[in-house]
Design a protein around this ligand. Structure first.
Ligand code: ZN
Length: 393
C-alpha cells in the first residue's frame, strides 16, 4: 500500500537514469565501511522498533526498510561528497573536550577551530542533528517514504557514535601500536556474538535537544576507548601475540563484551527515543493504518516548493519540491537583487516529491553571501512556484 521508493536526499536526481544508477550503487556495493559491522547496524535499526510506545507503534510497519537502509550511509561514502566525515568525531583532538568546555554548535566549533579541523575530525553529532531535523520535516509532511530513509540514516549515525572507536584520533589503534583494533572489535568480535548483543525491548524517553543528547552520550561512551585498547592488549597477551585466533577473540569478548552490549542497547533505545521525539515534535501525525487514521483523500498533486530543511541553514539545506507530473524540471536560486546564483536542471523526474541538497554555493562552486534567497521550481508545462530560503553565517 505504501511501496518504498528510496529517495536519497543527498543525491541530486538529475535524471531518471542517474537515479537508477545511484540506487544500484547504493544497494549493490558492499560496504567499504569502518563502522559497526553491517549486522550491528541492521540490529540497531530493527531492534529500535521494539521499544516504541503504543501511540507510535505503527512506525514499526517499516521495520524491513529501516533495517535494509541501515547501512546506506556507509554505501554513500563512495559517491556522495562530504558523507564520509559524518560517521565519527575525533573528539579527543579538542583539549576542551576534557575540560567540559567544548562548544556544541557547529558554527561555534568552526569559529573556534576553523572549518578544516572541524571537518577533518568528523561531524557525527551534527549529522545526527541534521537527520533528526529531516525526520521531523518528513513527519510534518506525512511523507512516510522519506521519513523511513531519514530514520534509517539517523539510526546509522546514532550507532556509529555509540562505538568508542568512532570517537577518537586513535580510531584504529595506530597511535598505540594496536593497528586493526577498530574492525577486530566492531566487526569480527560483534559478528561472533550477535545473539548476545540483541537488545531486549525497553522504553523510550522524550529527547528535546538531540544535539545536547548526542554530546551527552558521547561523554558516556568515550571512556570505552581506553577499555577497548586495554582489552586488546590483554587478549593479545592471552593469545600469545595473536590478534586473529579464537583465543584472542574469546578473551576480547570476555573483557569488553558486556560494555559493547550496553553501547549497542543504548544506541537502540536512543534511536527509538529520537524517532519518537521527532514524531511528537511534528505534532504526532497519524500513521498509515492507525485506527485513528482517516482514509486519506488522494491529494491533488501540484507543482510547488515545500519548506526547505533546515531553514535558516548553514552550511547546507535540503530543497524540497513537488511536481504535478513527470518530466523535466528546473530549480533556480535567485538572490535579493534578482540574480540567478544557481540552477539545477533535471532531465526527467517522476511526478511527486523530490529533494536536492544545496550547499550554499553558486554555479562556479563559490560560497554565496548570507541572506534571503528565492527558490523557484519550473516544470516542463510552464507551471512554477517559489519558496524562500535563508542562509546564515
Ligand atoms: Zn558509518
Amino acid at each position: 500500500m505504501y511501496p518504498m521508493y528510496p529517495m536519497y536526499p543527498g543525491v541530486p536526481k538529475s535524471s531518471r537514469k542517474l537515479s537508477l544508477v545511484v540506487l544500484a550503487l547504493l544497494t549493490l556495493l558492499p560496504s567499504l565501511a569502518h563502522a559497526y559491522g553491517s549486522s550491528v547496524h541492521r540490529m540497531v535499526n530493527r531492534s529500535a522498533t521494539t521499544h516504541l510506545p503504543a501511540t507510535f507503534q505503527g512506525f514499526s510497519q517499516w521495520v524491513g526498510d529501516l533495517e535494509d537502509f541501515s547501512t546506506a550511509p556507509d554505501e554513500r561514502k563512495c559517491c556522495v561528497p562530504g558523507e564520509s566525515i559524518k560517521h565519527y568525531i575525533d573528539i579527543d583532538d579538542y583539549p576542551e573536550f576534557f575540560t567540559g568546555t567544548l562548544p556544541h554548535s557547529y558554527a561555534e566549533m568552526v569559529a573556534q577551530y576553523g572549518q578544516f579541523r572541524v571537518e577533518d575530525n568528523g561531524t557525527v553529532p551534527w549529522a545526527i542533528l541534521a537527520s533528526y531535523q529531516d525526520l521531523v520535516a518528513t513527519f510534518e509532511h506525512q511523507d512516510w517514504e522519506l521519513a523511513v530513509v531519514s530514520a534509517a540514516d539517523l539510526g546509522h549515525y546514532v550507532a556509529d557514535s555509540h562505538n568508542p572507536m568512532h570517537l577518537t584520533m586513535n580510531y584504529n589503534g595506530q597511535l598505540t601500536g594496536q593497528y586493526g583494533i577498530h574492525s577486530r572489535h566492531e566487526s569480527e568480535m560483534t559478528s561472533r556474538h550477535l545473539a548476545a548483543l540483541e537488545p531486549a525491548p525497553g522504553t523510550v524517553t522524550l529527547i528535546t535537544d538531540p544535539l545536547e543528547a548526542a554530546f551527552a552520550w558521547i561523554d558516556e561512551v568515550y571512556p570505552g576507548v581506553d577499555q577497548i585498547l586495554a582489552a586488546d592488549l590483554v587478549a593479545t597477551a592471552a593469545a600469545g601475540g595473536s590478534t586473529s585466533s579464537n583465543t584472542y577473540y574469546d578473551r576480547l569478548w570476555l573483557e569488553v563484551g558486556d560494555e559493547t552490549t550496553a553501547w549497542i542497547r543504548d544506541a537502540s533505545l536512543t534511536l527509538a527515543s529520537l524517532w519518537y521525539s521527532a514524531w511528537v515534535e511534528a505534532g504526532s501525525p497519524p500513521l498509515p493504518g492507525d485506527a485513528t487514521d482517516a482514509i486519506p483523500a488522494l491529494a491533488e498533486s501540484k507543482t510547488r516548493m515545500l519548506a526547505n530543511v533546515p531553514n535558516p541553514f548553514n552550511p547546507s539545506t535540503q530543497l524540497r519540491f513537488e511536481l504535478a507530473h513527470a518530466g523535466s524540471a528546473t530549480l533556480q536560486i535567485v538572490d535579493a537583487t534578482g540574480r540567478t546564483v544557481r540552477r539545477f536542471e533535471f532531465g526527467f523526474l517522476d511526478q511527486g516529491l523530490h529533494a536536492v541538497r544545496w550547499d550554499g554555493t553558486d554555479q562556479s562552486g563559490r560560497r554565496v553571501a548570507s541572506g534571503v534567497y528565492a527558490v523557484a521550481v519550473l516544470d516542463d508545462r510552464g507551471a512554477s512556484a517559489t519558496g524562500r530560503v535563508v542562509l546564515v553565517k
